[in-house]
Ligand binder design. Structure first.
Ligand code: ARG
Length: 271
């Protein structure tokens, strides 16, 4: 009982501490000048570990920690909502949401409709196959059934290899469904972002999957935060991203998720 009371006292103390910490950051937050911080609606497709995924009912991942750190720097609170991949694009375009974060590759096609932040992550597509597969390169995908997430750069890359309306390309609403199709034998390969397929293969050894790289076939891509065209948030978030690059917060979060140092200089060189 005594122990319990001591514990609740500590909990109370930490609550007070957390609350007062919030209080000060509100006053300090450059943006708010002492008023309530504005809450932005952030949309994501939380089926893309380790960038965004559901863990015990919560949206977690590198992207979540990254955007929280950036928003703190910019003086915003966030409400992150798991809406699914296609709705991320619809909600940002229609200004139902303020920001999209979902391991979204910045490309010319999307830039016609959206504004993107400066790049925050380097990625490339890779091929996930069962152990012992005869697929050793992108060219080997010809004649195979390939599962992709609909509307991703993975889909585009596979279409470039196999032809746009090739019926051997199976498209799924999220990437986990594409991997399930591979595991159940309905596809010979999945093409998706390297970090996602590498983490999946590593964390699910019972699935006996391996990752095939083909640097000649798949381009370097950079992720960005996605805004509606002309959104004033872009400039604020770009500045905040550069702050977290410079003050070491980005490297800290990156190390927590990936266990290695990020190449921040390369990211900055893309701006
Ligand atoms: N980077 C790829 C793209 O932008 C795939 C992103 C998929 N992200 C997700 N959360 N499902 O097309």
């Amino acid at each position: 009982m005594k122990k319990f009371r001591k514990l609740s006292f500590i909990m109370l103390l930490s609550m007070v501490f957390i609350l007062s910490a919030c209080g000060t950051s509100q006053v300090d937050g450059g943006k708010s000048g002492g008023e309530e911080k504005k809450t932005l609606k952030v949309v994501t497709d939380a089926a893309y570990a380790p960038f965004e995924y559901m863990d015990k009912g919560e949206i977690v991942g590198f992207d979540v920690d990254f955007i929280e750190a950036v928003a703190k720097e910019a003086g915003y609170e966030l409400e992150i909502v798991n809406v699914g991949w296609d709705p991320v694009f619809v909600e940002v375009k229609d200004k139902i949401a303020d920001v999209g974060i979902s391991a979204i590759t910045i490309n010319d096609d999307r830039k016609q409709t959206y504004d993107f932040s400066v790049p925050y992550f380097l990625s490339t597509n890779k091929i996930l196959v069962p152990e012992g597969s005869d697929i050793k390169s992108a060219a080997d995908l010809k004649g195979k059934v390939v599962a992709v997430q609909n509307g991703t750069t993975g889909q585009e890359a596979v279409e470039a290899l196999l032809g746009k309306n090739n019926k051997d390309i199976k498209k799924f609403e999220n990437n986990n469904l594409a991997i399930m199709e591979l595991n159940s034998g309905g596809a010979d390969a999945v093409v998706a972002d390297n970090t996602v397929v590498e983490e999946y293969a590593k964390n699910n050894p019972n699935d006996k999957l391996v990752v095939v790289e083909d640097a000649n076939a798949f381009e370097s891509e950079y992720y960005g935060l996605m805004f509606a065209k002309e959104s004033p948030l872009k400039a604020e978030f770009d500045a905040a991203i550069n702050k977290v690059f410079e003050n070491g917060t980005y490297a800290k979060i990156y190390k927590e998720w990936f266990g290695s140092e990020p190449d921040v200089e390369n990211l900055k060189a893309q701006q």
